[in-house]
Ligand binder design. Sequence first.
Ligand code: HMG
Ligand code: MG
Length: 304
Amino acid sequence: MLDQLPDRVSVYEVSLRDGLQNEPVVVPTTKKLRLLDALVAAGLGRIEMTSFVSPKWVPQLADADELARLVEPRPGVTFSALCPNPKGLERAIHAKVAEIGLFVSASETHNKKNVNKTIEATLATFAEIAPAARAAGIRVRGYVSTLWGCPYEGKIDPRRGLAIAHRLIELGCYQVSLGDTIGVGTPLQTRDIVRVFLRELRPEQVALHLHDTRGTALANMLVGLDCGIRDFDASVGGLGGCPYAPGAAGNLATEDLVFTLHGMGVATGIDLERLWEAGKVAESVVGRPLPGKVHQAGVRSLRS
Ligand code: HMG
Ligand code: MG
């Protein structure tokens, strides 16, 4: 295992969106901007900063328009936002975001609870908005959630997810991020899921979006890396949580991902010390200790 490592891996930072949407506190926009600046300073080049979803459904991200308006463009950095429907796209176009994320679940029940629509109706909405987004010069990425398991339906057949990923790619998504939404994945399962996708999709079309709810995100990442995945979503400090497991950890922590990759000689373009500092900012903006391992252990003592 891990005999053929790539020179470089791309990190997609989701703390401001996936992290904050799961926090009990609503973080003021100015504090979000502080975190965003710290992430940019650390060298993150792909940052999902918010969601243009209903503020009634996700009050933590109700300031999406304001946040996007206040973010200054930075060379080499792509800021993105989730977008569920035409109203979301209208907001994304107005905010001039470079990229939107279309999200759909592989589980019918989870999808209904998340966006109040069936999977088919969600894909039909995407068929409306994806071409319009691309015509407006916006890049489109996709998510397929609950692939490792659903809180309502249990195990999910990865081929259901693959069929959805094909539809997203046909609609112009340059990449589809596969979600272990509730963090139930284990390594051999990850290998099986990734193999199903890579039989039909190119590696650059697939990213992994792993949650660390049960402490398996890093192990699953390594299996994905070994299978050929080169794109990983992560959240600084492990910011966030899981609505189905109160008190549990959030996404794979960006520092843990970067520490592990750098330790194996895989470049990310990220400065780990500055990333650690960004984790400290994340901790101060939410006002609670964050679960990331490197975040807690620190990186300075590693200097020889
Ligand atoms: P709905 O209630 O069915 O929407 O919600 P609707 O079309 O019937 O509209 C109802 C009201 O919402 C209307 O306002 C609309 O204008 C408004 P009213 O007339 O009552 O005043 N509305 C909007 N407002 C702002 N922005 C919009 C928008 N759309 C409608 N875009 C909806 C449907 C999709 C809006 C709702 O279900 C929603 O916002 N869901 C968001 C769910 C969400 O963000 N979940 C978390 C992200 S997914 C995730 O975390 C998984 C992921 O991380 C990957 C993984 O882990 O696997 C990506
Ligand atoms: Mg997620």
